[in-house]
Design a protein around this ligand. Structure first.
Ligand SMILES: [Zn+2]
Length: 172
């Protein structure tokens, strides 16, 4: 039941960060990042059709979207312009929730590292993405509330199901 609670809470956090991301896009004058086909192209063009971490060629059909700042309760990255970057499927699988600079430094060193980091930093700046959103408190409260409400409802319905099944068995 503890695992169930965290699955529900984490899903709520993802939805929350997606919605806040839409709002943040609109406030900065962008069409909310879905991405639609033209948005995919725009994103890929920002990175010259290369994986932002390893530099391999990617296109609309082969790229994955990575959130530089992960969409979870502690990192609070948004699904929005400036936080979603294009990468290859392999890098996406390996990076997971790691900080992006650390992951990039595993993939490259020296001048190549500096050049790739510079492309990502410039992208974040160009899209005016501020990583300090000050939404920790709301996200923390949401995480707790959703988990508690969901578990209360699950327990309530579970007890009803239990009683119903008992009754059914007694009739036989
Ligand atoms: Zn890659």
């Amino acid at each position: 039941m503890v695992i169930a609670k965290s699955i529900i809470s984490n899903s709520a956090i993802r939805i929350f960060l997606q919605e806040v991301g839409k709002f943040y896009d609109k406030e900065r004058g962008f069409e909310p990042f879905i991405p639609k086909k033209n948005q995919k192209i725009e994103l890929l063009e920002c990175f010259n059709y290369m994986c932002c971490y390893c530099g391999i060629h990617i296109d609309e059909n082969t790229f994955s979207q990575d959130h530089l700042i992960p969409m979870n309760k502690s990192d609070l990255g948004l699904h929005a312009w400036g936080n979603v970057v294009p990468c290859c499927k392999e890098c996406n699988n390996v990076k997971q929730q790691k900080p992006w600079v650390e992951f990039l430094s595993n993939k490259s060193t020296g001048k190549i590292f500096a050049a790739r980091k510079n492309i990502i930093d410039s992208f974040i700046t160009a899209k005016n993405y501020d990583p300090n959103m000050n939404i920790q408190e709301y996200a923390g409260n949401l995480y707790e509330d959703v988990g508690q409400v969901a578990m209360t409802l699950i327990n309530l319905r579970y007890k009803q199901a239990e009683a119903g099944i008992k009754q059914l068995l007694q009739k036989k």
